[in-house]
Write a protein that binds this ligand. Structure first.
Ligand SMILES: C[S@@+](CC[C@H](N)C(=O)[O-])C[C@H]1O[C@@H](n2cnc3c(N)ncnc32)[C@H](O)[C@@H]1O
Ligand code: SF4
Ligand code: SF4
Length: 315
């Protein structure tokens, strides 16, 4: 038996964590108390790609990186103190800071998801929860977004990982696709292409930081059709596509907020820090700096918050 890639033995071993999560859930439901369930950390201020859709470059400033000791303080003082369950490592490109990745995995065994462009060889960590590999379409479209040669590098690294690390290695590979106006028609090809090398796939939609962003897929018949086709593919691949139908239905329209202000979006549920360990607002794609560019909540397509709205969490 497996639930979201976690076996029964593991679930039993993690019972203290579930106690905290369950207490938080009850406190929210009974008293409206809001305490973060998950964490996200931009562990690096560097990236080897410059993707056309990427929010991270929009607010990037030249700052120092944090040392390993400083990250340990953030882990203890923020993530552990608040008993977050799963931590997602992002950036920039987090695989370029293997020392910090190792530290997080040591501190949160089987509870770290590493989001990566996959262009660097994927290290085998026994205690990782899984790699999120970002795939933005079939080769031509992916490379249009991520740069020439990105797709073949990622493909090779995923193949090598799956082939060299035993029959269960594919379980560590989860695909994340951010759907936009360039790649929406490649969704079923992406599933066909990656299903044999990966455990799960999750979809989200491009979130703009400016009105008129041509990559954003407007609400309306075309977007609804893409979502309906994912919902019907879920019937064919129920264990592969992880988005709940409720979440996908939400993504057909505004579920998050008004203008750049989150309203229903449960921003409190994910404690997000930038590469200096500062808390980002309003959410994991925001920024700790006050004068930063802001994501447009009313056009948001982020998976990690909309899934919580689907489960009844609100801002
Ligand atoms: C910022 S990247 C950092 C991790 C790594 N460099 C990667 O590309 O996977 C994290 C994820 O955010 C997604 N992303 C970037 N810009 C986005 C946007 N404007 N809206 C929604 N998702 C976005 C990327 O496709 C990627 O899956
Ligand atoms: S690889 Fe990731 S962080 Fe780097 S530009 Fe692309 S989406 Fe952004
Ligand atoms: S995830 Fe961020 S951009 Fe989306 S609705 Fe929530 S606060 Fe706004």
């Amino acid at each position: 038996m497996e639930i979201m890639g976690r076996g029964l033995k593991q679930i039993l071993q993690e019972s203290p964590c579930y106690f905290h999560i369950f207490s938080k859930f009850l406190a929210y439901r009974l008293f409206g108390k809001k305490s973060p369930l998950y964490g996200s950390a931009d562990i690096i201020n560097v990236c080897n790609l410059h993707c056309t859709h990427c929010y991270w470059w929009l607010n990037r400033k030249e700052n120092e990186e944090m040392t390993l000791e400083e990250w340990k303080e953030v882990i203890d003082n923020k993530f552990k103190r608040q008993h977050v369950f799963i931590i997602t490592l992002v950036g920039g490109e987090p695989t370029l800071r293997p020392d910090v990745v190792e530290l997080f995995i040591k501190e949160f065994p089987k509870r770290v998801c590493l989001v990566t462009n996959g262009t660097k060889p994927l290290k085998k960590y026994n205690d990782i929860y899984f790699y999120w590999i970002s795939i933005d379409g079939t080769q031509e479209i992916h490379d249009k977004i991520r740069g020439h040669g990105a797709y073949s590098a990622t493909r090779k690294n995923v193949m090598d990982y799956v082939q060299k690390n035993g029959s269960k290695a594919y379980k560590d590979i989860w695909i994340t696709m951010t759907i936009n106006s360039l790649n929406y028609h490649t969704v079923s090809d992406v599933i066909k292409e990656w299903r044999q090398y990966s455990n799960k796939i999750g979809f989200q939609f491009h979130t703009p930081f400016a009105k008129g962003d041509p990559l954003w897929m407007p609400f309306g018949p075309e977007r609804t059709q893409v979502i309906d086709s994912i919902i019907s593919m879920k019937n064919k691949y129920p264990d592969y596509i992880i988005n709940p139908t409720k979440q996908l239905e939400l993504m057909k329209k505004n579920w998050g907020g008004h203008g750049t202000t989150p309203i229903d979006c449960p921003t409190w549920a994910i404690l997000s820090v930038d590469h200096m360990g500062r808390e980002k607002r309003p959410c994991c794609i925001g920024s700790a700096e006050k004068d930063s560019m802001k994501p447009i909540c009313e056009d948001c397509g982020l998976g990690c918050y909309s899934v919580l709205v689907g489960y009844g969490f609100r801002g």
